[in-house]
Structure formats: structure tokens, C-alpha cells
Design a protein around this ligand. Structure first.
Ligand SMILES: Nc1ncnc2c1ncn2[C@@H]1O[C@H](COP(=O)(O)OP(=O)(O)O)[C@@H](O)[C@H]1O
Ligand SMILES: [Mg+2]
Length: 295
């Protein structure tokens, strides 16, 4: 398959994406302070933290939408600190936006075909975008690739439906599909579960799991999420941000029992937040939260 992605092929274990000592100031506000993070191949990294902790800012720095005041970003073995968002995209970095940006008259399949072509032939993207009626019939190879994507995203049943008719949970999957059509090495997701009910959230999480597991060790995800339990349930590594600082990084088990994390979330006497956190930390298997504090 032709590839328009640039970059050196790292060895099997080298991190795909690295943030090293990232600091971002907005005027007098320190949004990120010396944050470092490594995303290995075929892993899910969860980024959690209270509102305003700096999660979206970190994604913006990783994707190239925002320049950090200090620190470096590495992507597939190359320093991309000063590279544009477009150039990072060409090197295999993709992201989704919280509000799906879709063409309401196009079907689910059309969206994936257009996104797939954007990668293979840039000039065609513009023709297809400017006049969707000019969508040329997909080739057999294109159809096979799109059918695979539809299957893995559990969208086969709605493939021919115009997206205007579909609920938010399905639109999020179409967004993810569009990002995956560019065959990225790492996909950044900012609050993909927001606005979804429990069933749609569970469906999205199970799709995330399967695209990483079945992605030929080729795809990693970075998920920013408010829902701590969801992140702990599917991530291999979790990073907790608090007031712009990374206060803990590790496996979900390590993070769950980390005193700094519990202190940041719990404060001293906040009963409501404490019980909320305990409820969130209660493992989906029904396991009691680690280190539950007595009152
Ligand atoms: N463009 C901006 N200009 C000024 N302050 C900003 C800007 N973007 C974010 N901030 C501030 O930086 C901090 C971190 O924001 P953000 O990364 O959006 O947090 P999170 O995504 O964890 O909720 C917040 O205090 C926010 O108000
Ligand atoms: Mg945010």
C-alpha cells in the first residue's frame, strides 16, 4: 500500500510519541510545568485530571497546534518540536475533535472514502470536499480497506446512512474512522466520551480496545477523559495532571493507589468528591477501590 507518511521507522519498542519537559505559560498562568510523557507502540495512554489541569493544552502541544514555551516533542524517532500540525499528521499523528466535523449529507462510507483518499491523493481530497457529488466510485482495494474499517468500528450496519440521521455515539465513531483512514501511528482523543450515555460510551471504549489490539501493533491512543473509571479500565499507562503538573504516571493499579493522586482528588474534607472518586475508582469488575479512606 502506498504511504505518504514521512519519518524513520523506529524499532519495535521505541516510543511513538514523546513529550519531554513541556512547559506552557498563558500570560502569568502556568498551564503545563515540565511535563514529560512517553507513548509506546500499540498502547493506550490515558490522561486524566481535574478541569483546567492542562490536558487539552498537552494534546495541543503534541499535535502541533500550540508551541510550548519549553520542552521537546518527538514523533517516531524525530524531533518535531518545531514541526507544523500538518507535518506531524504526515508523520503519522492524528487527532479527533470534541465536536464531530462531518458533512451531514454524506454517508458514513463516503466520509471514510474521502478521508482515505486524503491520505493517498491530496489533490483528490479537495475535489471530493468541494463537490461531494464528484466522489468517484471506490476501487476494489479501497472498498476492502473501508469495509475493514467499518467492521472494526462496528459501523457496517449504518455504512450507507447519511450521518445527519445518526446519534452522537455513532458520529464519534465516524470521526475516529476518519482519523484511522489516514493509517496513523498515534491518535489523540480529547474527551471522546463527552455527551455519550453509558451504552454508547462502553461501545466506544470497546472499539478503542480492539483497534489497538487488532492494529498490527501499529496504533497507539492517547485519551483525555473526564471519566476516570473509563480511563483506568482501558489504559495501559495513565498520567494524572493537576494544575499543570504530572503528579503520577504508571499502570492503572499504580495510579489508583498513588497517595499524590488521592490527595489531589480528595483534598482534606471533601466528602462529595471523595465518594465520587471512590465510585469512579471502584473497578468495573466490582472490586472495592484501593486505599479507601475512612472518615
Ligand atoms: N488559549 C488560552 N489562553 C489562556 N489560557 C488558557 C488557554 N487555553 C487554556 N488556558 C488555561 O490553561 C489551563 C489549562 O487548560 P486546559 O488545558 O484546557 O485544561 P483541561 O483540558 O485539563 O481542562 C486552564 O487554566 C485554562 O483556563
Ligand atoms: Mg480540556
Amino acid at each position: 500500500m502506498p504511504t505518504s507518511q514521512q519519518g524513520v521507522e523506529p524499532d519495535g519498542q521505541a516510543p511513538i510519541l514523546v513529550a519531554d519537559g513541556i512547559t506552557v505559560r498563558f500570560g502569568g498562568l502556568m498551564a503545563l510545568s515540565n511535563v514529560s510523557l512517553e507513548i509506546g507502540p500499540a498502547t493506550i495512554v490515558g490522561l486524566v485530571g481535574p478541569n483546567g489541569a492542562g490536558k487539552s493544552t498537552l494534546l495541543a502541544v503534541l499535535s502541533g497546534l500550540l508551541r510550548a514555551n519549553a520542552g521537546h516533542v518527538g514523533l517516531r524517532g524525530e524531533d518535531v518540536t518545531n514541526a507544523s500540525a500538518q507535518s506531524r499528521a504526515r508523520r503519522g499523528l492524528a487527532r479527533t475533535f470534541q465536536q464531530p466535523e462531518l458533512f451531514m449529507g454524506l454517508t458514513v462510507r463516503d466520509h471514510l472514502v474521502v478521508a482515505h483518499r486524503a491520505r493517498v491523493a491530496r489533490h483528490r481530497l479537495w475535489r471530493d470536499m468541494l463537490d461531494p457529488r464528484s466522489l468517484l466510485p471506490p476501487s476494489a482495494a479501497e472498498t476492502e480497506r473501508i469495509d475493514d474499517l467499518l467492521r472494526i468500528l462496528k459501523l457496517t450496519r449504518v455504512a450507507e446512512a447519511p450521518v445527519a440521521a445518526l446519534p452522537l455515539g455513532v458520529l464519534r465513531l465516524v470521526e475516529v474512522g476518519r482519523a484511522l483512514a489516514s493509517d496513523p501511528h498515534v491518535l489523540l482523543l480529547d474527551e471522546p466520551l463527552s455527551g455519550l450515555d453509558m451504552k454508547a460510551s462502553e461501545n466506544l471504549l470497546s472499539v478503542f480496545k480492539s483497534i489497538v489490539e487488532k492494529g498490527d501493533h501499529h496504533l497507539s491512543l492517547v485519551i483525555v477523559e473526564h471519566d476516570v473509571a473509563a480511563v483506568l479500565a482501558i489504559s495501559d499507562t495513565v498520567c494524572v495532571l493537576n494544575f499543570g503538573e504530572c503528579i503520577a504516571t504508571g499502570s492503572p493499579e499504580e495510579v489508583r493507589s498513588d497517595p499524590a493522586v488521592r490527595a489531589a482528588y480528595l483534598g482534606d474534607s471533601e466528602h462529595i468528591r471523595r465518594s465520587r472518586l471512590d465510585a469512579q475508582l471502584a473497578d468495573q469488575s466490582g472490586q472495592a477501590p484501593v486505599g479507601r479512606l475512612s472518615t
